[in-house]
Design a protein around this ligand. Structure first.
Ligand SMILES: [Zn+2]
Length: 213
């Protein structure tokens, strides 16, 4: 089993003048491998180092860095972790070596018995979600911008307005991740529980679209 700790809750806000401020949720997984998911903006390195210190970890203790997709607020400090294998969306690398993995065929990348990386395109065409078994019967999905924040379950405009390169795929993947997980760590908000109501909402949005065309 592995343990999930959210180091920083992400956020996204638009102010009165129309400027957006945003940063991603940054998450640590501890277990057989130490893994950091989404490394915030390049100006946040001190914050990440300080948060790791509270877990008695240094950047060189991290075995994998996962950026759920390639946007700048999710990759900003990947180069703090030079001992780690880097997974950025569908791309897996270490130094100048690239590992081919058929994410585009829907295949998960297994890190260990309790952690795997699943392809969940939509927000970008190469988004991934990290699925972590935290107990015998509990799974946490660290989903990046597949989910913007909890409120986007009821208000689809929140994730659509955040940018979606393929809304239909994103809708399907939102439901399949909700079906697979008990908790979701979204890209720009605090972790939330997946209730039956949440799954029902996501399913209805999919049915509505399927009938709509
Ligand atoms: Zn984002």
């Amino acid at each position: 089993m592995s343990e999930v700790s959210v180091l920083y809750d992400g956020y996204s806000n638009v102010d009165e003048e129309g400027y957006m401020t945003a940063n991603c949720t940054c998450t640590l997984i501890k277990g057989e491998h130490n893994i950091i998911v989404d490394t915030m903006t390049p100006w946040d390195s001190d914050k990440i180092i300080a948060a790791l210190q509270k877990h008695n970890l240094k950047p060189e203790d991290i075995h994998y860095v996962v950026s759920t997709h390639g946007h700048s607020d999710h990759t900003g400090n990947n180069n703090l972790f030079l001992k780690a294998k880097h997974i950025v969306g569908f791309s897996i690398s270490f130094h100048d070596k690239y590992y081919l993995h058929p994410f585009e065929k829907g295949e998960d990348y297994v890190i260990n018995e309790s952690v795997k990386v699943a392809p969940t395109p939509g927000h970008t065409l190469s988004d991934v979600t990290v699925l972590v078994r935290t107990t015998e019967d509990e799974t946490v999905a660290i989903a990046g911008d597949l989910f913007e924040r909890q409120e986007d379950i009821e208000d689809s405009n929140l994730w659509l307005d955040a940018g979606s390169e393929d809304p239909d795929q994103q809708r399907k993947n939102r439901l399949s991740i909700a079906d697979a997980a008990h908790w979701i760590v979204p890209g720009h908000g605090p972790m939330f529980q997946v209730t039956d109501d949440v799954r029902e909402f996501l399913k209805r949005q999919l049915d509505y679209i399927d009938k709509g065309d």
